[in-house]
Design a protein around this ligand. Structure first.
Ligand code: MLT
Length: 324
């Protein structure tokens, strides 16, 4: 009897502690784990958001780049962190959907992580090094098919957005690529500009500035309508690869078990950042599209992620994607 009483007392004390911790949240800096190299599209978006989230939270919001294995190393670090709201997992279609169909993860994407907020998305863009002898997507496809060995395509590792987009491109275009994995598409883009690799099917937010500078060549974007931020780049439908549509969306998650009040606080800070005009301008200038206002609740990200798992896992498993 005495043991049962003690257990109840301990449980009540723990609940009281958790409630007080949630009431005082945040009382110290928060870390967002970005699972790709600094300078890439994930890192850029996270840093722009963190700068504004810290104002809403009243604490520093720092970015930690934990790379490797298509982003799954960094997501695993976050998934195994304390469920107290001080560690956030930044990710996207690749890391929080596709990786689950490719890697034997030491965490479960749905059971071990809790959605916080859906973030902006962007189409992919087919880009090549400047000296590829092609001035249109049709000429690029002809060049790819004429090569005696597969062209090299930079990715952020197996299961990354750029890798999934590259696989999808191979299938849609009937070409074969040799994927070259990097710790993110920032280093991949550096090699593309330097001519060390032939192409990337990249997030437009990563390539857009190099396209504007004319240091790489753009062929098409993977959506129906042209982007105002890149009006000269045709859509895949105009350029001869109709239906090759792909949108890479991003999101924030925390470890499962994080107090609901803390998740709500982080969601509110994210929404404040997304609704800030200067943040919106920075993100849209990169070709990113803001999430629908009716998808701002944490549950909306959860529902979207589950729907994307249902859509992509069968395709990826059928493609028998190998981890490099
Ligand atoms: C990818 O999945 O390609 C990553 O988003 C690249 C990155 O953010 O560096």
């Amino acid at each position: 009897m005495r043991r049962a009483v003690w257990l109840v007392v301990v449980a009540l004390l723990a609940m009281g502690y958790a409630a007080r911790a949630a009431d005082n949240f945040p009382s110290r800096p928060i870390t967002i784990i970005v699972p790709f190299a600094a300078g890439g599209p994930s890192d850029a978006m996270a840093r722009i958001l963190a700068e504004r989230m810290k104002l809403a939270l009243g604490q520093a919001v720092v970015i930690e780049n934990v790379t490797g294995a298509g982003g799954s190393i960094g997501v695993g670090r976050a998934a195994h962190a304390a469920a107290d709201g001080y560690t956030i997992s930044f990710g996207h279609l690749g890391t929080h959907v596709c990786n689950g169909a490719i890697y034997k993860l030491n965490y479960d994407l749905l059971d071990d992580l809790e959605p916080v907020a859906l973030l902006p998305s962007n189409p992919m863009i087919i880009v090549s090094k400047d000296d590829v002898p092609a001035k249109s997507l049709a000429e690029l496809l002809a060049w790819l098919k004429s090569k005696p060995t597969p062209a090299t395509a930079g990715t952020a590792g197996a299961g990354s957005g750029s890798h999934i987009a590259g696989l999808y491109f191979e299938q849609a275009a009937g070409v074969k690529l040799q994927f070259v994995p990097y710790r993110g598409t920032a280093p991949a883009l550096n090699d593309l500009v330097g001519g060390q690799i032939d192409l990337i099917v990249d997030q437009i937010s990563n390539s857009i500035n190099q396209v504007r500078a004319g240091t790489i060549r753009a062929y098409a974007i993977t959506q129906e309508n042209r982007l105002p931020q890149a009006p000269d780049v045709p859509t895949v439908d105009e350029a001869g690869l109709p239906g090759f549509h792909m949108t890479l969306w991003s999101g924030l998650w925390v470890p499962r078990g994080t107090p609901k009040e803390v998740v709500a606080r982080l969601n509110a800070a994210t929404e404040a950042a997304l609704n800030d005009p200067s943040v919106k301008k920075q993100l849209e200038n990169l070709g990113l599209q803001m999430p629908d206002r009716d998808k701002s609740a944490p549950e909306a990200l959860g529902a979207w992620q589950r729907a994307e798992i249902a859509k992509w896992w069968p395709l990826i498993k059928a493609a028998d994607v190998k981890v490099e």
